[in-house]
Ligand binder design. Structure first.
Ligand SMILES: Nc1nc2c(c(=O)[nH]1)N[C@H]1C(S)=C(S)[C@@H](COP(=O)(O)OP(=O)(O)OC[C@H]3O[C@@H](n4cnc5c(=O)[nH]c(N)nc54)[C@H](O)[C@@H]3O)O[C@H]1N2
Ligand SMILES: Nc1nc2c(c(=O)[nH]1)N[C@H]1C(S)=C(S)[C@@H](COP(=O)(O)OP(=O)(O)OC[C@H]3O[C@@H](n4cnc5c(=O)[nH]c(N)nc54)[C@H](O)[C@@H]3O)O[C@H]1N2
Ligand SMILES: [Mo]
Length: 687
């Protein structure tokens, strides 16, 4: 039996190190690896379910072709699949041009080898691709504008906090390892505040659960800032030395009284006073805002308003204090450190046309001209389920001549493909990965050979490049295939960092060079003023928002005088859930037992008014789409909100994104998924 060190490459905060036992070429057990101090307890249930996932009878093990005019697929040989695809690519390149092909890749797996995709398309002569990101950019950009860069203290530093605010973050489900350190802080006498319209597992030990109306946290933060200033519970010295724009900010918040905020947020003034008292009197304070909260049309400004609370109280750059949003200290290989890299016009890439907003995928695909899109290549993503406005995304995919999807399973997106290519799992090709909560660089080691006819993407691209006669790189490492070629490729990327050899990583995760235990301890802020910017000229110039984090209503607010507020009075929340990563894992038997079908959570008052009982089938709808699913009455949810976890496949009962809108956040080109209003009706309501 062999035991390998590896790490989970899912798009998840924890990015756990693990040890994998392999016997006779088969994975037997997945065990904790204590070399990663952030995840010493080992993987979650999803991590353990890899044993089922890798060997699932539903896994795609060879290329498939869709029968014309049907939803059925037939297995085909690699030769036939590659000939067909290469033929189509050749035809499009010499006809309408390479930009008639859309290359869409999302967050299915992390790793340096993901770069081979774009290498291929550049060599092909170009393509059309997306900008922006579904996940986190409004918060990244708000943080960059305010603090200069996206980093935070080591995950275990939160154990030193005396006040922890999980602000729109449900760490008990989405970052379970963070809760270990939160519990350590609470055991040592710290207080926990949770701000979330839903009462989640993260609130179990909270001293205060604040439930604002969705999308209004900015108003709450501004009122807190005003109370802190009025009661003089601010750090004058820190502000003088390290904060830019305090005077302008202070005069802007003069009108933000607790009454003003209570009216907007639907949080009582008593709670607002109590929270201000906590933030004003307890030291040190860590705020850990979630990604869910920054998926509104006003959320970049919201995040800036939250950050101001830490800046004016001097809770930055000290042990136990700070902003725990996204820690990109392990992102030493790419440009994600600077979110501007995500953006289009400033970054012309020669032949690669970066013209489609991920948030508006369907609409932008349909609107693309000169040339129009004719083909799509999708890998590591499930846009039919996960991108906003599913009906438009489906329309756009169906309007193409030809679609290729590389995936492990027949997802909703794969079902739209003409040719489906089987994808590797994390155990079947080595790679090097970073993380966005801890700062470890980890070797995601190959532990078994790919089963069936599965080929990793690098090999697929290499074979296509050969067929198309594309130029290769002199050292032959562009499309690494053999284990040796893969290691050569990875070693070359690691070579600027002598402390990070594959030999070392093979045994243990390694902290990224230069990582800071306490972020901003040196009080160096890479902003134009060199200080923490409460007022940001750049925010105004780049995004057209106010230079101060002024509160505005989200566009689908029931307040802002929308004419259909009566018809669509409920906010649809679509958070993540414990035993799934977005649309992954719920197709496994082990996970499905725990979550057999999608549910819409609704407050008993809202249900009663609609004559909906627990377990009734209901229709959740707006003018973009609808879902039919079972209602679950939930006292912990704020009245006026309904909630369905995202990630369900259409084939399992419907993706939540039938109802969401393809629109961007106020900054960063994120997707404003959560700016959504719906109505819910019992199916037998006679409507
Ligand atoms: N188990 C599991 N872990 C995951 C993932 C997963 O799918 N499953 N996904 C990973 C990824 S890619 C991401 S982006 C992260 C996201 O994980 P989180 O950062 O925790 O984000 P969400 O689950 O989207 O939302 C967190 C909370 O925000 C609340 N919320 C929504 N709107 C508002 C609002 O207006 N104000 C406030 N105060 N709260 C609001 C929701 O009710 C929810 O409980 O998790 C990562 N980890
Ligand atoms: N309504 C709503 N929608 C949301 C969200 C929300 O909160 N609400 N959250 C958004 C967020 S935060 C995110 S990050 C996105 C996630 O959006 P996606 O990244 O599209 O989501 P996943 O469901 O993780 O799909 C990844 C796919 O990659 C496949 N895959 C895994 N490993 C590999 C591999 O090695 N190679 C290939 N070729 N494929 C592989 C998986 O099988 C899966 O089908 O969803 C977003 N969608
Ligand atoms: Mo995400």
């Amino acid at each position: 039996m062999n035991i390998f060190t590896t790490a989970c490459p899912r798009n998840c905060y924890s990015t756990c190190a693990m040890k994998v036992q392999v016997e006779n070429g088969r994975i037997r057990r997945i065990e904790p690896h204590t070399g990663n101090q952030a995840t010493p307890g080992g993987a979650c249930l999803k991590g353990l379910s890899y044993l089922e996932r890798v060997y699932s009878p539903d896994r795609i093990l060879q290329p498939l072709r869709r029968r014309p005019g049907s939803g059925e697929f037939d297995p085909i040989s690699w030769n036939e699949a590659l000939e067909t695809i290469a033929g189509k690519l050749d035809e499009l390149r010499s006809g309408p041009g390479p930009q008639s092909v859309l290359y869409y890749a999302a967050s299915g797996t992390k790793g340096l080898l993901n770069a081979v995709g774009m290498d291929f398309w550049r060599r092909f002569g170009g393509c059309t691709t997306t900008f922006g990101d579904l996940c986190w950019p409004a918060g990244l950009e708000a943080t960059r504008l305010t603090l200069g860069e996206n980093k935070h203290s080591a995950p275990w530093d939160i154990a030193k906090a005396k006040l922890i605010v999980l602000w729109g973050k449900n760490a008990a489900e989405t970052n379970i390892h963070q809760m270990v350190f939160v519990d350590q802080a609470l055991d040592a006498g710290a207080k926990l505040v949770v701000v979330d319209p839903r009462r989640t597992q993260s609130a179990e030990r909270a001293a205060l659960l604040v439930q604002p109306r969705p999308g209004t946290d900015g108003a709450l933060a501004l009122a807190l800032a005003r109370l802190l200033i009025v009661s003089d519970r601010i750090d004058h010295q820190f502000i003088r030395d390290h904060v830019h724009g305090f005077e302008a900010f202070a005069s802007m918040v003069e009108v933000c009284t607790p009454e003003w905020a209570a009216d907007i947020t639907d949080v009582s003034t008593a709670f607002i006073h109590q929270l201000a008292e906590h933030i004003g009197t307890i030291r040190p304070v860590t705020i850990s805002p979630g990604f869910g909260m920054q998926r509104y049309t006003n959320s970049g400004q919201t995040m800036r308003a939250l950050l101001a609370l830490l800046a004016i109280t001097g809770n930055i750059g000290k042990p136990g204090a700070g902003w725990v949003y996204a820690n990109l200290q392990s992102h030493i290989f790419d440009e994600v450190r600077d979110p501007i890299a995500f953006y289009p016009p400033e970054r012309p890439d020669g032949v690669v046309r970066i013209s489609i907003s991920t948030a508006r995928l369907g609409k932008d695909m349909l609107a693309t001209r000169d040339p129009e899109l004719r083909m799509a290549w999708v890998e590591r993503g499930n846009p039919v389920t996960q991108n906003p406005e599913t009906n438009t995304v489906l329309e756009a995919f169906r309007a193409l001549d030809f679609r290729v999807v590389v995936d492990q399973f027949l997802t909703d997106t794969a079902r739209e493909a003409d040719i489906v290519l089987p994808a590797k799992t994390m155990f079947e090709q080595s790679d090097v990965i970073g993380a966005y909560w801890h700062a470890y660089i980890q070797f995601k080691q190959k532990v078994i050979d790919p089963p069936g006819a599965v080929k990793p993407e690098s090999e697929i691209y290499g074979l296509l490049a050969e067929r198309l006669g594309l130029p290769g790189a002199d050292d032959g490492t562009v499309f690494p295939v053999s284990d040796e070629e893969v290691e050569t490729y990875l070693s070359a990327r690691l070579s600027p960092f002598p402390e990070l050899s594959l030999e070392r990583l093979r045994e243990d995760p390694q902290l990224a060079p230069g990582q800071e235990e306490v972020a901003f301890a040196d009080r160096v802020f890479a902003t134009p003023s060199g200080k923490i910017e409460l007022e940001s000229e750049e925010a105004y110039r780049r995004w057209g928002v106010d230079a101060l984090p002024v509160y505005t209503e989200p566009v689908e607010s029931v307040r802002g005088g929308a004419p259909d507020a009566d018809i669509l009075p409920l906010y649809l929340m679509t958070p993540n859930t414990k035993n799934r990563i977005h649309s992954q894992f719920n197709n496994l038997r082990m996970i499905r037992q725990l979550s057999p079908r999608p549910l819409v959570h609704i407050h008993p008052d809202d249900a009663r008014r609609r004559r909906i009982r627990d377990g009734d089938l209901v229709r959740v709808h707006n003018d973009r789409g609808e879902l039919i699913l079972e209602a679950s009455l939930d006292n912990g949810l704020k009245a006026g909100c309904v909630s369905i976890t995202n990630g369900w496949w259409i084939s399992e009962g419907g993706t939540v994104n039938f109802c969401s809108a393809g629109r961007e956040t106020d900054m960063g080109h994120g997707a404003a998924f959560h700016d959504v209003r719906v109505e819910v009706r019992a199916l037998d309501d006679g409507e």
